[in-house]
Design a protein around this ligand. Sequence first.
Ligand code: FES
Length: 245
Amino acid sequence: MDESGGEKKTPPTDVNKDSEMGRRDFLRVVVTVGTVGTIIGVAGLLTDYLTFIPQPNVTLVWPKAKIANISALQDLKPVNFFYPLTNEPNILVKLGVKAENGIGPSEDIVAFSLICQHLGCIYAFVPEGASPVCNSSYKMPVDGGYCCCHGSHYDFTKEGAVIGGPAPRPVPMVQLELDQATGDIYATSMGPPSIFGHNTGATAAAQVLAADMTGGSVITNTVSVTSTQATSGTSTASGSTSSGA
Ligand code: FES
């Protein structure tokens, strides 16, 4: 009690003062940290916005390219052409006998990648009963391809199936389309597996498309027809990049 009879107030001690200041400092720190965090967050969003580069919406599609007219084809006289890239050699041949996935009135026109699936040499077409230039003692049992590098051979009547040698997989078959009105023959895509040197061995359609369409320039309109036949079967395909083992 004080002299007036009232309650005597206790003056604030140093301890209370320190406590009050501590709270204020703490609040000040909290507010400061929050503000800095907000500024950093906004700056980050602004940076993202300013540096955002829209990506082009690229959709890969097979080119459609004219190879030949059916009226110009003769049985067992191959035509070489490039597809789907300008550095990817293929062979088209009218076998004269029905083939799996063949086109034309006799379903005997087929086309395949000319790059051997073993190690990437260019092989040659050899008709049934004939011998490859590098192996005169061997007679081809079917119309097909023979690679003189290590002896792989492929059956053109069975979608390029391996029938001998070290090749681990068939040669890719070029998918063909015949315009019934004009007789023009078009390459429209490549069947699996992927062409040697392009992610070798891919078989899913999307993977084959992505693999085969990289590593060169895509063919446009009419494919360039080079000659009538690959003969030596000993050169290595240009553009091949993997061992294919
Ligand atoms: S590259 Fe063709 S058999 Fe080896």
